[in-house]
Design a protein around this ligand. Structure first.
Ligand SMILES: [Zn+2]
Length: 311
């Protein structure tokens, strides 16, 4: 069985064909170009899926879509989204279904990624599994015995926005001191710039990658910023361990490529803060399916919804 998978982000859309075993047969990546309208995007996605069907000589049985939030997975409806202006509503799924004659289902991209890692990657065999992605923000998803945990009305919990420091920086969500505002990529760059001596601005624009690179080459200020970020990353992970005591936490996202530079700061925080739970039982590992985690998750979403319907 082959499932068509579509992952929609603010800057790019990926479309692929995925086997029931989680093998990606083919993939196309295109710019989102949200301003050209939803109908045009649906046309391009359907065209890409058609091309891949021909080159792989396979016929998908359904379409799974993962999308940057907010979305309503149960109703298959996109919420208001600054990256996808005018796309709000049921039009995306209706358009894909209408053009292909296939059933289409929708999931939040971080939840979809958790489903993919849980079934085909780093979370296989876990009773309780948490996937955490750290890039320009922090997101994640939680599985219990392979099924996605959802909140009221199917709501997607936002682990990146639990508050770490009520006096911390304003988060892009509008609250103060969220985990994301202290431990995601932009926080590292911001902290590095704060620590620079006054009157010594950097010669080039600074992002998280630059700071990790500087820290590796021995820059003391960059090392300090990385160490502080590791502390905050550790605090958030410690909170998740205290609340859920998962068997395994998988870390994904671009920032986690620098995990070897962060983990020495993370472990002592977990040890110091998780005093009443068996934190040693929680394994922390790196995600295995990148860079296609969300795309594979879209396919896994469709497979999950089918199996639920079939029960
Ligand atoms: Zn926030």
């Amino acid at each position: 069985m082959i499932v068509a998978a579509v992952d929609i982000g603010g800057t790019k859309i990926s479309a692929g064909l995925v086997t029931q075993e989680g093998r990606l047969l083919d993939r196309r990546v295109m710019p989102t170009q949200a301003d050209q309208g939803l109908d045009r995007a649906v046309e391009r996605i359907v065209q890409a899926l058609d091309q891949m069907s021909q080159t792989t000589e396979s016929r998908p049985v359904g379409i799974g879509v993962s999308c940057t939030g907010p979305v309503d997975p149960e109703k298959g409806v996109l919420g208001p989204n600054q990256f996808l202006p005018g796309w709000e509503g049921p039009g995306l799924l209706a358009g894909l279904s209408g053009a292909t004659g296939l059933s289409a289902v929708l999931e939040n991209d971080a939840s979809a990624a958790a489903l993919a890692e849980g079934h085909w990657g780093s979370g296989r065999g876990c009773h309780s599994f948490l996937y955490v992605t750290v890039s320009t923000g922090i997101g994640g998803g939680q599985l219990l015995d392979g099924a996605l945990y959802t909140g009221a009305g199917g709501a997607h919990p936002e682990i990146g926005h639990h508050v770490i420091d009520p006096h911390g920086p304003i988060c892009q969500c509008g609250a103060r001191g969220c985990w994301e505002s202290l431990a995601a990529g932009p926080a590292l760059a911001r902290r590095y710039l704060e620590l620079l001596p006054q009157g010594k601005p950097p010669l080039e624009p600074v992002d998280a990658r630059t700071v990790f690179h500087l820290a590796k080459s021995g820059d003391e200020i960059a090392r300090q910023a990385v160490s502080e970020m590791g502390f905050y990353l550790g605090l958030g992970l410690a909170n998740l361990i205290s609340i859920f005591v998962p068997d395994r936490i998988a870390l994904g996202g671009g920032v986690m490529r620098a995990w070897p530079q962060l983990e020495t700061a993370v472990w002592p925080v977990i040890q110091a803060n998780c005093r009443l739970v068996p934190a040693h039982r929680t394994q922390i590992v790196l995600a295995q399916l990148e860079p296609d985690t969300c795309l594979l998750g879209a396919a896994q979403t469709w497979l999950q919804r089918q199996s639920i319907q079939g029960e």
